[in-house]
Design a protein around this ligand. Sequence first.
Ligand SMILES: Nc1ncnc2c1ncn2[C@@H]1O[C@H](COP(=O)(O)OP(=O)(O)O)[C@@H](O)[C@H]1O
Ligand SMILES: [Mg+2]
Length: 307
Amino acid sequence: MSTAKDFGRVAVLMGGWSAEREISLQSGEAVLQALRRQQVDAQRIDVDHEVAAALRAMQADRAFIALHGRGGEDGVIQGLLEAMDIPYTGTGVLGSAIAMDKLRSKQIWRAQGLPTPDHMVLKYAQDCHEAVQQLGLPLIVKPVMEGSSIGMTKVEAAADMEAAWQAAVACGGVVIAEKWIDGEEYTAAILQDRVLPMIRLRTPHAFYDFDAKYRARDTQYLCPCGLDADREAVLGELMRQAFELLSASGWGRVDFMLDGAGQPWLIEVNTVPGMTDHSLVPMAAKQAGMDFDQLVMQILETSHVAA
Ligand SMILES: Nc1ncnc2c1ncn2[C@@H]1O[C@H](COP(=O)(O)OP(=O)(O)O)[C@@H](O)[C@H]1O
Ligand SMILES: [Mg+2]
């Protein structure tokens, strides 16, 4: 355990220019207040393209990254901080870039024999037909580079494929179709070398979409998640492996599903998950006996000085 003073001046990086800007401002503000409550010399930076100048003007000794999505969670800001020799929380450049890309993540998992739903890249409109043939219905269409369920559609009828593809294409980047997993959704928070108690998510929506994540009042979060302890420990080991295989480190969250037969399916890794006081990692930490302030300090401890 380090003391508040050991961390020096901490820049809390929030906002940014991704589609998840608003959520990031909430995460960043919650983190900033938690650090200040614990006497850390923390200051906010609302990240734009002048972030390097802002870091320099502030004379930041380290950075707490509370940015979600492109530009902040994908290796871009991590690379800038490395170049400026400023230690930062969480995953490095490589792991951030891989985990941000759902297609690359799946390719790595599959190559190592870890379970992730079958998928197909949808490059042209014609691929929509092929995907329905290969993967069957329902399936889910997603842009590989977004978060917060933006641009995603569950497709139940072949006739709806092309519209779903168009919606994902509009987000930019590569689009995939993924086999739909019928079952229960879970998430495993990872903190330093621990897997925190898992959370089970239940929503009356077709899936955990943007509205279910941030607006709906009928989304249920179960923590403890209801699995027996041995089962959770085995799954936790798989989640830790899935996290490390993508070169993720420090802290984060692995989303997965359990189908009707109890088979786990890896969905994605978030290297900078939400950090508002009602977010999932804080919920899991609480179940592990850690309050929000303690969690924030433990994440700050992952900001190792670069070797
Ligand atoms: N293969 C799938 N089968 C069933 N539901 C899925 C599948 N992939 C994603 N989902 C649902 O869509 C949500 C968002 O997908 P995810 O890949 O986690 O993207 P995001 O980065 O937006 O969180 C998940 O939380 C889950 O509810
Ligand atoms: Mg997700």
